[in-house]
Design a binder for this molecule. Structure first.
Ligand SMILES: *Cc1c(COP(=O)(O)O)cnc(C)c1O
Length: 444
């Protein structure tokens, strides 16, 4: 397994992350356990900020909190000077409760409810990324009712098909549930309409072309198309766009063979393209906003499991089951995502067998990894799965009424609990049994 960030194998032959031996983390917190390498999260955030600073352009790096939205993560994003994307009232509430500055929060999504819009305007968030005409009218009406002036970007599809890891992760093409299409003229009409709304202040457009992208071409092409569009808007409507938001989607290394670029390379490609294609449209180059999610937190996460049962089917394969599965990591079932793993308590031992890692849910599809080489696996061993920091905890469920795991941040030999493990009480906390079917006390 590739060792990310501060991960290393210590003298005892145990995996160590942030200076913490995972066998000790298991003793303290139990398994399954999400372990987040805080130093690596901060390093990724700084790579973005440093690369944009070097470009000389104005910028905001908005962490897409859907990748991993918990209050402690909002604190780190704030400390590192990032902005924050939210997509629901729940993510907004999390950020506000964490004390994240409202003016650096951007609200996304293709179906924001009136309640969500009210809540976000009242909180004074920095920007709405408007997805469609229904939302545009709703937002204007609610803003007018509150006497507020609201900053907006319009989400557009530039007609770029990014080479994302899965079709469900491509969003920049014409046939997408998200945004106004540039190619068919609906984006232009939306700009005309938006610029006429008394309570909306149009800052520019937003595009997000996909996720887990390993090349720069898609981003460069999106910049080119948006610049052409911006030029047309300037020439025909005399409207300036002070901001261009290019979304997220920067790839990370999950397994051997993944070839992401360095953060600095993605950023340089984008800022160079902006300098080239936006030159001369307005007096000033636009401020660049990006929205990395996965590439901020993905490789900082490791999930630690305890091995339970195993089953060998002669001539076919050996299944090894762990104490979690699709409830803490639904990505293999959703996207056929690939992961690497190691025996974290016997990390120096040579691999001896290829096994397949099964979860404990009642689904044949609940498989975390097919065919991974490991030392001879025993019940009670610790299995570490790398690169689970993004879209794991945030997509976790209580299927089979399995309790969601704890999350810890580790750094410099210290661990801090940032999400506690759910209790049995948590599992039934929202259940209500109507009186007419309640179990009656036995009377004699
Ligand atoms: C999901 C999403 C992101 C983050 O994508 P990553 O692949 O995690 O970087 C950014 N912007 C928007 C609009 C998104 O939907």
């Amino acid at each position: 397994m590739f060792l990310h960030g501060t991960s290393r194998i210590n003298e005892a032959g145990h995996l160590e992350i942030g200076g913490c031996d995972v066998t000790e983390l298991k003793a303290e917190y139990g398994t399954p356990l999400y372990i987040m390498d805080e130093q690596l999260i901060r390093r990724r955030a700084r790579e973005y900020v440093d690369a944009f600073t070097a470009s000389g352009l104005g910028f905001q790096v908005a962490y897409a909190s859907k990748a991993f939205s918990v209050m402690a993560m909002c604190r780190i994003a704030d400390e590192e000077g990032l902005s924050l994307d939210v997509v629901s009232d729940g993510e907004l509430y999390t950020a506000l409760q964490a004390g994240f500055p409202a003016e650096r929060i951007h609200f996304h999504g293709n179906n924001k409810t009136p309640d969500e819009i009210e809540m976000a305007i009242s909180a004074g968030i920095g920007c709405f990324v408007v997805d469609n005409l229904v939302e545009l009218r709703l937002l204007q009406a609610i803003a007018a009712g509150k006497g507020a002036s609201v900053k907006i970007l319009l989400r557009v599809t530039p007609g770029v098909e990014a080479h994302a890891h899965h079709a469900y992760a491509s969003t920049g093409q014409t046939d997408s549930k998200f945004g106004f299409d540039i190619g068919n003229g609906s984006a232009f009409e939306a700009v005309r309409l938006a610029s006429d709304q008394a309570n909306l202040q149009l800052l520019g457009v937003h595009s997000h072309i996909g996720s887990q992208i390993f090349e720069t071409e898609g981003f460069q092409l999106a910049v080119e198309r948006i610049a052409e569009f911006t030029r047309k808007v300037k020439e025909e409507l005399n409207i300036d766009f002070p901001v261009v938001n290019l979304g997220g989607g920067f790839g990370i290394r999950y397994v051997d063979g993944d070839t992401p670029l360095a953060v600095s390379e993605y950023v340089a490609a984008i800022t160079d393209a902006v300098k080239t294609h936006f030159a001369g449209i307005s007096d000033k180059l636009p401020e660049i906003w990006v929205e990395p999610g996965r590439s901020i937190v993905g490789d900082a996460g490791t999930t630690l499991y305890t091995v339970g049962t195993s089953k060998e089917i002669p001539g076919v394969r050996k299944y090894v089951a762990v104490d979690g599965g699709m409830t803490d990591n639904p990505r293999p079932a959703l996207y056929e995502s690939k992961y690497e793993a190691m025996l974290a308590n016997r990390a120096k031992e040579a691999n001896e067998e290829a096994v397949s890692i099964a979860g404990k849910c009642c689904e044949s599809g609940d498989m975390l990894i097919w065919d991974v080489e490991l030392p001879k696996v025993e019940s009670g061993d610790l299995l570490a799965v790398a690169c689970t920091g993004a879209y794991n905890y945030s997509m976790a469920s209580n299927y089979n009424r399995i309790r969601r795991p704890a999350v810890v941040f580790v750094q410099n030999g210290h661990s801090d609990l940032v999400v506690r493990r759910e209790s049995h009480q948590d599992i039934i906390a929202n259940d209500v049994v109507p009186q007419r079917i309640a179990k009656q006390p036995v009377t004699k």
